[in-house]
Design a protein around this ligand. Sequence first.
Ligand SMILES: [Fe+2]
Length: 156
Amino acid sequence: MTTTLHRHATSKDAIALLRADHVALGHLFTDYEATHSVPNKKALVAEICATWSLHAQVAQEIFYPAVNAELKGRLHAPEASSAHASVEGLIAQIEGLEPDGKVYDAKVKALADRVKRHVKEEQNEVFVRAKASAVDMDELGDRMAARIDDLRARRL
Ligand SMILES: [Fe+2]
């Protein structure tokens, strides 16, 4: 497959892109735990939800199908995992709520735990199998980066 995209020094391969999201999410949850300011909590949760939603969408649209095609359908669908489903469920509960106390903090804590489980599953299973496959991770990373730019532009 040929690509018209030009790689530059900051281009990341597909796995590096997804890992960078995992790291960013970890930092956002750490920042949440450290703050007592309601506006900060609100802003952090909005960023967590936006980061997760882009991350999940690009993985589901581009990364998982490409890897699964190469592995002839043998990739256990990460989006069908209980960690993924419970992240989605908690985000749906948290979005739109005001950060008004312990119940909210507990929900964010639960979300952090589920995201951690997702990260473990993905990094220990999916990425390992993806790396061992013949998928061109640089080309896939370029396609994902282009899709992320496109989705970000639409959401502005
Ligand atoms: Fe992930």
